[in-house]
Write a protein that binds this ligand. Structure first.
Ligand code: ZN
Length: 669
């Protein structure tokens, strides 16, 4: 599971550790995208062995890049190689409007790892003509183009032109509209020539309902039809994506030699076995080993993990990160986990739904050293793995918050005018500037380490009873847990916040986002669809309505602009507690109708007048609602004897060059 960035304007990102203000985070902005770079604080203080370990794992994190491109859409690699060839060798005028439009399109494709938007899933409108696309190809070096033996440039043009330019072809990466065939309607490359019904029957026949330790069925394969029968092409060495996987394995083998502990070495060996065999039992065995390794200084994620891009929620995209612990900030999450039982025992929910024994989640605050696959360039802010429910229950899970990524968001967003435009007054602006980072980091920790882990189901409640409302309700439950406690004296007692003003900053930011600014991501006339956004909208509109009589929160209008003003922070805390109690009841009892009503009444619809006002104010700021990152370059330094002396970090501010470089260095498919 991943936590994505909360608000497009991004004034309140969780961040921890050291903020180095003199680091220039900004790289560039195009279309709806802002590209930043991230800093590696404290990297130089790691031991040589740790640095080497990071280096080899980083190579393994980059080696699988092509896999994701192909998973996103089966023509993506061919398109990318064509774009690369044009950028490198086009001999025509590069100052024309058409070429500039082409370059923006190319950057959007690089950013999305394919021709569909990474968030909305819609195919990009190229912004230049098919005729100029043909001209670009014809004026580029033929040897650089991805032509098959004997293939002409014209054949390439004829193949790609409809794929890129025909709006009706492959319009959506993931199609989840109920009542349609989501498999044939989605362009992501997990299935070919099969219908949703066929796939569902295929996997239903393989499901064993009584297995207490079920494998993640279908996780690492593509389903195709061979001689009329459905068959899985397994992602493994010698199988689908074998060449890229072999390269990943090669780097993991090197990493094993510099691993710090026997535990890490063993765990990596199981990962290699899994990549060699594609055996999902091995994958579980590996995840157990990985989850048990709760306190590593250097850690990583590498594999087919999240299933957001598969409309049926089974197939996983390839992703990777490499990280190292932010020791100071991790102390904070350890304090929370150590007090997990206190939080549970004092929670405002009905006592019969409290857990007698809470197991907090093993949480670390980390700094990212490399992003790869589906974590690059758009990075999550927090990750909680493994995903298999039975492993989470029996072994536990590891949760990380990404400190240097959130600091980059935070610092790069300062002074962009967003906060000043939407905050109610100067004292709110000052509070956020002073405490926004620390209070938001604490919110995330409470949400992750204790919020999701709290509460229990009534005996006999079906865990799937809330269906499509389960995710927004679960996110609301964890958010409310955090919101309720952040204003509690216990937090100050534990020295997790410097004082009440910091807690106020958290409420200011949450309400402003949920009532006003998060809708900048939504097109006029559309509803809120995404689970985290529905959750925030539902919480904010519910407390607004329930507190209306007492004017706990109010809308204030000034010069035709709407602002949110909180009048009574303590009452607001009580309202958060009441809603937490109700949502816990809904979950514990599986009360689908009540859950549905909460989300539909408060979380989905947007007031049209307010929406257009907010969009207009946001447009004037000229900000990009989506953010991603370039990676640093890590290189080995050798001494006179050829032994590794150090690992150097070099930062870059050139997004396009990194894309071209990766295309050359990590192209295996
Ligand atoms: Zn969550």
């Amino acid at each position: 599971m991943v936590i994505l960035s909360q608000n497009a304007g991004s004034d309140t990102k969780k961040s921890a550790g050291v903020v180095t203000d003199d680091f220039n985070y900004f790289v560039e902005q195009f279309d709806d995208i802002r590209v930043l770079k991230y800093n590696l604080p404290g990297f130089e203080n790691l031991s040589l062995k740790q640095k080497e370990y990071i280096y080899y794992l980083s190579q393994a994190a980059l080696a699988g890049r092509d896999i994701l491109w192909d998973q996103n859409f089966r023509h993506n690699l061919l398109i990318r190689k064509t774009l690369e060839a044009i950028i490198e060798s086009y001999s025509g005028n590069r100052e024309t409007l058409e070429y500039k439009a082409f370059l923006i399109y190319a950057k959007k494709v690089f950013f999305a790892n394919g021709i569909h938007h990474h968030y909305s899933s819609d195919k990009f409108n190229p912004g230049f003509s098919a005729a100029s696309f043909a001209n670009l190809i014809n004026s580029s070096e033929k040897e650089k183009l991805p032509l098959a033996k004997g293939e002409s440039s014209d054949q390439l043009i004829n193949l790609l032109t409809p794929v890129i330019f025909d709006e009706k072809l492959f319009p959506r990466k993931v199609e989840q509209k109920a009542g349609t065939d989501m498999v044939s309607g989605s362009s992501s490359n997990f299935y070919e020539g099969v219908t949703q019904k066929e796939v569902e029957e295929f996997y239903a026949a393989k499901t064993s309902l009584n297995d207490p330790h079920p494998i993640s069925l279908g996780l690492n394969s593509r389903v195709v039809k061979v001689k009329g029968k459905l068959t899985e092409e397994i992602y493994k060495s010698g199988g689908k994506y074998g060449k890229a996987i072999d390269n990943i394995i090669q780097w993991i083998e090197k990493a094993i030699n510099s691993a710090e502990t026997a535990k890490q070495k063993d765990e990596l060996k199981i990962l290699i076995e899994y990549y060699r065999t594609g055996d999902l039992k091995k994958w579980d065995e590996y995840n157990i080993a990985w989850a048990k390794n709760t306190d590593p200084m250097v850690d990583y994620i590498n594999g087919f993990i999240e299933n957001y891009e598969d409309p049926l929620g089974m197939k996983a995209t390839w992703e990777a990160i490499v990280d190292y612990t932010d020791i100071e900030a991790t102390k904070r999450s350890k304090i929370i986990t150590a007090n997990a039982q206190w939080f549970e025992d004092n929670s405002p929910i009905h006592p019969k739904y409290r857990k007698e024994k809470v197991k907090g989640v093993a949480a670390r605050v980390i700094n990212i050293a490399m992003l790869g696959g589906d974590c690059y360039p758009a990075s999550p802010l927090g990750i909680n793995l493994p995903n298999a429910n039975w492993i989470r229950k029996e072994i536990g899970s590891k949760s990380v918050t990404l400190a240097n990524i959130t600091i980059a968001y935070d610092v790069a967003s300062r002074g962009n005018g967003f906060l000043e435009e939407f905050a109610f007054d100067q004292s709110e602006v000052d509070r956020i500037k002073k405490y926004g980072s620390v209070s938001d980091a604490l919110h995330t920790d409470l949400h992750e380490c204790v919020g999701h882990a709290s509460g229990k189901l009534a005996h006999g409640t079906d865990p799937n009873a809330l269906k499509n409302y389960a995710s927004p309700l679960e996110e609301a439950r964890a958010d409310l847990f955090a919101l309720y406690y952040i204003m509690d004296l216990k937090i100050i007692e534990l020295r997790l916040l410097p004082g009440e003003d910091a807690a106020k900053a958290s409420y200011d930011a949450y309400l402003r986002n949920g009532l006003l600014t998060q809708i900048v991501r939504i097109k006029p006339g559309k509803d809120i669809e995404e689970a985290h956004m529905r959750n925030r909208s539902a919480i904010c509109h519910w407390v607004f309505e329930k507190g209306k009589a007492g004017k706990v929160v109010e809308f204030v209008h000034r010069e035709n602009k709407t602002f949110v003003k909180i009048n009574d922070y303590k009452k607001l805390q009580i309202l958060f507690g009441e809603l937490l109690k109700e949502i816990q009841r809904v979950k514990s009892e599986g009360d689908f109708e009540a859950g549905k009503k909460l989300i539909e009444d408060y979380g989905v619809k947007i007031d049209a007048r307010l929406h257009s006002e907010i969009l207009e104010r946001y447009a004037k700021l000229n900000l990009a609602p989506y953010t991603g990152f370039v990676n640093p370059y890590l290189t080995l330094k050798f001494d006179a004897n050829g032994s590794i002396k150090d690992v150097c970090v070099e930062y870059t501010s050139d997004f396009l060059s990194q894309m071209i470089y990766y295309g050359k260095k990590y192209s295996f498919l």
